[in-house]
Design a protein around this ligand. Structure first.
Ligand SMILES: [Zn+2]
Length: 165
């Protein structure tokens, strides 16, 4: 197991290298939301896991800080969802292989997983993912679920988890 962060720790200095990341988001109530070209969708309250990769300038640091701030233009599908959700945590790896699609498969195997919006975040996907967004019901024991989530990803690729304080 690699190092992990837990609530109360200060925000890490994310690496400027590229890599793969997950956002753990919580939506507190059902909402209808317009998502660019894929149109209007109903989002039910729950935990949403978004799988992405950062390969451009600034790498993971630029991308994760942008998602943490939650501001800026709505460029990607996730930017729309980010504006109506709370970001609970981020998970990332510097592994040179991009893992957004294999992580999506792993996350999809956790109990309660569903694909809320076909095509979400998967415009560039060549692996056949139905979406790069997976939804879970809110858990009574959130920390237990978080550990299951972390285990399902970090066992294969290393990676670090930062939970918002
Ligand atoms: Zn994919």
């Amino acid at each position: 197991m690699s190092a992990a962060s837990y609530p109360g720790e200060k925000k890490p200095v994310f690496p400027t290298a590229g890599g793969t990341y997950c956002l753990i988001l919580q939506l507190d109530k059902d909402l209808s939301l317009e998502i660019g070209r894929i149109g209007r969708h109903e989002f039910h309250a729950g935990i949403y896991i978004y799988l992405g990769s950062a390969r451009g300038p600034g790498g993971l640091r630029a991308r994760l800080n942008r998602h943490i701030r939650g501001d800026g233009k709505t460029h990607w599908h996730i930017d729309h969802l980010r504006k109506i959700t709370r970001l609970l945590g981020v998970f990332w790896t510097l592994d040179p292989k991009i893992h957004e699609c294999d992580w999506r498969v792993d996350v999809n195997e956790l109990p309660g997983a569903s694909i809320p919006v076909p095509g979400f975040g998967a415009s560039d996907c060549s692996a056949g993912c139905p979406a790069h967004l997976v939804r879970f019901p809110v858990r009574e024991n959130q920390s237990q679920w978080r550990d299951e989530f972390k285990l399902s990803l970090s066992g294969k690729t290393g990676g670090k988890l930062y939970i918002m304080g």
